[in-house]
Design a protein around this ligand. Sequence first.
Ligand SMILES: C[S@@+](CC[C@H](N)C(=O)[O-])C[C@H]1O[C@@H](n2cnc3c(N)ncnc32)[C@H](O)[C@@H]1O
Length: 218
Amino acid sequence: MALSLKRLFKKKEKQERKILRLIERTGDVLQPEYHRPTPECPHPERWSMYDSMTAEIEVLEFLRCLVTTIKPELIVETGTFSGISTLWIAEGLRHNGRGKIITCEFDPVVHANARQRIANSGLAEWIECHNESSLEMKISGQIDILFSDSEQSIREQEVRRFLPQVNPNGLILIHDASSHQKTVREAALRLDAEGLISVLLLPTPRGLVVAQKRAGRK
Ligand SMILES: C[S@@+](CC[C@H](N)C(=O)[O-])C[C@H]1O[C@@H](n2cnc3c(N)ncnc32)[C@H](O)[C@@H]1O
């Protein structure tokens, strides 16, 4: 009884911190993707992942390849988590020999952990790592790639907030847009229907929106 009351009143540990503790014990372990099949992606197990927070390995490869393909000057990422997607993107920047990624994480414990990984990576010179909310972070200049990967319920707000600064020749990427995770998919389709962005829905296990701003497109 005492035990169940203790459990009941114990503050629930955030999923992000739980996963970080697991990574501390086991290191980054590659495993088959285990998010549930969707009509657009019926075989998620054909993809790989480190953990359920970090983007799928194939998506990380895609991000790095986009960076070497369009050679952005400025990338903004929301949701650093353990810093893995930031590092894959930074690898692309290092290959290009120019550009920078600004990433933000609002949880101070998670941010400190990512900072450490970035400091040990040899890629720190390409990265600015902020401990703040994406809804407060101020960016100066034009954003060539916006990668929205924070809390799913605020992705739409993030895109609306940064849209005026997005380069019309650049890209907007929004993760977790599968048909199972309706919030992000519906938000992206709403922004598309309003004529703000034009959206492609990539059929990956967790879904990835690749979009471009409509205003200023020639
Ligand atoms: C899905 S994880 C990011 C995964 C990471 N981009 C990767 O693929 O390696 C989402 C992260 O966003 C953080 N987060 C949630 N809301 C945020 C906000 N408003 N601003 C910044 N970070 C936020 C969470 O604490 C969590 O660590």
